[in-house]
Design a protein around this ligand. Structure first.
Ligand code: IPD
Ligand code: CA
Length: 269
């Protein structure tokens, strides 16, 4: 059944992707969900297409999607971000994805992340490895921070963050080859899974932004934890350090070296 769900998720991501690839450089209707949190008419169109497609293929499945705020009290449900990286999309930047996960007992079992502008279709099923365009991918083997290219995400509302975002940036920037801000959580994780980036962290984002990505990183051999080192990434405020595994402990130390999150660090050791 998970195989069938994967086939449907990929087909729907490609279908919505074809529409978004045509649309991202053109005119859009843009409104605000928050002060800097945008919504375009294409977020809604993409969500409509994905939700309808899933309901048609699996009428009994529960669906949770970012824009319509469907909810689920089921143990298993689809979790959908119709455009991850809406700000990039709204400005005509190519770094955005369609992001689909299938969740069971609060753990992603299947993840599909499609970046239509670059033609990268990432996919993973629990226990089945991670793939880009159906070819297996692995995290990098980089263990030297100085040789690493990293990425940090910044939430729309800094009030949701429980650690020193910009202090961490300063502590880590010149010890690495740089810190990119991609502006699309799912794509950033997919690039960690593919070994293009070596690690990524963000706090204060939402489950549909990262559920598919954490499965990709795990299935590609990487490590995930909260930024404080503890395991429950979905606990609000959602918090993630995703890495190739080799850099994980050093980054945890640096991310937390201002003394915040001391409890989590102790819990992990
Ligand atoms: C956002 C993007 C961004 C991240 C934000 C997310 P959205 O998702 O993934 O990179 O920094 O925290 O909310 O709103 O474009 O779906
Ligand atoms: Ca979104």
């Amino acid at each position: 059944m998970l195989d069938r769900r994967m086939a449907v998720a990929k087909a729907l991501a490609l279908q919505s992707g074809a529409m978004l690839r045509e649309a991202y450089a053109g005119d859009k209707v843009i409104t605000h969900k928050g002060r800097i949190d945008l919504l375009t008419n294409f977020d809604l169109q993409s969500e409509g297409l994905l939700v309808e497609g899933i309901r048609e293929a699996f009428p009994d499945d529960a669906v949770v999607a970012e824009e319509a705020h469907f909810d689920s009290d089921q143990a298993a449900y689809w979790l959908i971000d119709p455009i991850d990286g809406t700000t990039n999309f709204a400005h005509g930047l190519p770094d955005f994805t369609i992001c689909i996960a299938y969740m069971q007992e609060e753990q992603p079992q299947l993840g599909v992340i499609y970046n239509p502008a670059r033609g990268e279709l990432f996919s993973a099923m629990r226990g089945g490895g991670a793939y880009r365009n159906d070819r297996p991918i692995k995290v990098s083997q980089q263990s030297e921070l100085e040789q690493s290219l990293l990425s940090a995400g910044y939430p729309y509302n800094p009030g949701t963050v429980d650690f020193d975002l910009f202090g961490a940036w300063q502590r880590i920037f010149y010890r690495s080859q740089g810190i990119r801000h991609v502006g699309c959580a799912s794509l950033t994780q997919a690039w960690v899974a593919a070994g293009t980036l070596d690690a990524y962290w963000e706090e204060g984002f939402r489950p549909w932004d990262f559920a598919a990505g954490i499965l990709l990183v795990q299935e590609a051999g990487g490590a995930i934890s909260r930024i404080d080192g503890s395991p429950d990434i979905f606990r609000e405020p959602c918090s993630l350090l995703a890495s190739n595994g080799l850099l994980h402990d050093e980054l945890l130390e640096l991310l937390n070296s201002d003394g915040s999150h001391a409890d989590g660090m102790r819990q992990r050791r």
